[in-house]
Design a protein around this ligand. Structure first.
Ligand code: MGP
Length: 200
């Protein structure tokens, strides 16, 4: 009798939904400006992901950059690299900097940042994606900024390729010049502008 109730397939049918695994694992950080704390203490890790699906789940869960308070940042960095100049992978590096006018917050900010994230997660820089450390968005009353950080400000070939692709992906007009600055120069700058090591 018990024999007849034994299913032919003895284990339940199971399936796995294949996720699109990223080549790198990424960590999203949030910075909230609290003047009673040090810069580093204001930095918080939000989440880490390594699939495209988990990227979208995270992206859809968090506030758009344009809704953040002034003084806040998001940073997306490769797992193991802290979003600061001091990290071993950033120490000799620099950034491609996109400076936005106040009017661009409404028009461009959120789509520029999403495109920046997709450049990272989708390894848009081919062979030079290895040089990329991460990206940062600064929400500031004086004008927002978005940047891609790379690991070595002397790697001319990687930096110029990344700058060319990045500018194209953002749809920045050719006549608008974007600059690359070393973190060493940014960290020690005495005036409000840091000199460009490269332009695209
Ligand atoms: P910021 O937040 O990158 O730009 O740096 P903001 O607020 O637009 O200011 P500006 O100087 O570019 O006009 C602001 C300050 O935060 C810096 O002067 C540092 O004191 C501190 N800071 C920023 N970063 C990215 C770092 C970092 O990587 N390490 C440390 N120790 N301090 C940092």
């Amino acid at each position: 009798h018990s024999q007849s109730t034994t299913p032919i397939v003895s284990s339940p049918v199971s399936y796995v939904v294949a996720k699109s695994v990223c080549f790198y694992r990424w960590t999203l950080w949030f910075f909230k400006n609290d003047k009673s704390k040090t810069w580093q203490a204001n930095l918080r890790l939000i989440s880490t992901f390594d699939t495209v699906e988990d990227f979208w789940a995270l992206y859809n869960h968090i506030q758009l950059s344009s809704n953040l308070m002034s003084g806040c940042d998001y940073s997306l960095f490769k797992d193991g690299i802290e979003p600061m100049w001091e990290d071993e992978r950033n120490r000799r590096g620099g950034r491609w900097l996109i400076t936005l006018s106040k009017q661009q917050r409404k028009m461009d900010l959120d789509r520029f940042w999403l495109e920046t994230l997709l450049c990272l997660v989708g390894e848009a820089f081919d062979d030079h994606s290895d040089d990329v450390c991460g990206a940062v968005i600064n929400i500031r009353a004086k004008g927002d900024k978005i940047a891609i950080w790379t690991t070595n400000c002397e790697n001319k070939e990687a930096i110029t390729q990344i700058g060319r692709v990045y500018k194209e992906r953002l749809g920045v007009p050719p006549k608008v010049i974007i600059g690359y600055q070393s973190h060493a120069d940014t960290a020690t700058k005495s005036s409000s502008t840091t000199k460009n090591k490269f332009v695209a």
